[in-house]
Design a protein around this ligand. Sequence first.
Ligand code: HEM
Length: 299
Amino acid sequence: MPTAIDLLKRQFFFTDEDAERLRELLPLAEEHQQQLVNSFYDYIQSQPETAAILARQTTREKMSHYHRLWFLGLFQGVYDEAYLQNLKRIGHAHVRVGLPVNFVNAAMHLVRHVLHHLIHDTFADRDLRRSYRESADKILDMNLSVMTSSYRDEEMKKVFISRRLESGLIHLAERFTYGLNLILVLALAGVSLGVVGMFVENLLEIFRGDVEKGILSALGAMLILWMMIELLDNEIKNLKGGSFNILVFIGVIVVAMVREILISTLRHDDLKTQAFLTITLLVLGIVYFLVSMAQKNRE
Ligand code: HEM
């Protein structure tokens, strides 16, 4: 099975000949390593963002030491699994110091620029120059690819953690709402039983001789029972994943109002109270009508 470094080499068409050519460039790299390190440092100092990182994170000597070692490592001719792991570590080191990825790209561009010039100024033969340049480009691009993928890894890690947290919270909230709905259904069932009791009580009143009051009260209780059934039905639909129906709740208030008017008639309330209840019922009726129209239009 091909290893990760084999895959990387295959992706960039990096061959043993490329490795050999890079090894041949080592004396040239050693000779000009200081030039590279200086250009690197000048670039870092020229950009406010990178200069701030340098001031905050390390010293010129330490950073230049690391950058020099990396530069010489490009021409060792050995590009194995250990080399790849080291590149990944370097990538993560830059993520850790807070270096934006575009500066890694820009710094790599600078290294490429310096190398192209060195090769151009050193080798007279055109074909030789081209093959050295191509091999140098391949190793730089492989380095860039691994280093920038460290940034993607970090992003993915963040996304993954926040996604897990989000779905955990959503799941918890869903279970909580489900539990509340369950309690609501039980409470509604309990209240419905109470309404049945009220209805029976009203019927008994008829037999006790208070026919008018008994019939009107029983009618009111029946209306409430009817609405309780609607409410329960709506809640059960909700538990099964259906949508919330606001119309049922307005209906409950309408029915409660009708019952109040019936009782008010029995109590022989004054005209003002009865007019107030009737107007309230009228307004509720209009609201019910408008909401049901809006729902129909949406369907
Ligand atoms: C082509 C691009 C670059 C390469 C190949 C490179 C290479 C390296 C390497 C090999 C290390 C040592 C990592 C370790 O072993 O932990 C390092 C560290 C570091 N690099 Fe770079 N670097 C690049 C660009 C930059 C840029 C643009 C900055 C700008 C500020 C920078 C700042 C640093 C800093 C602050 C450290 C940590 C030094 C320490 O630990 O004291 N590097 N880099």
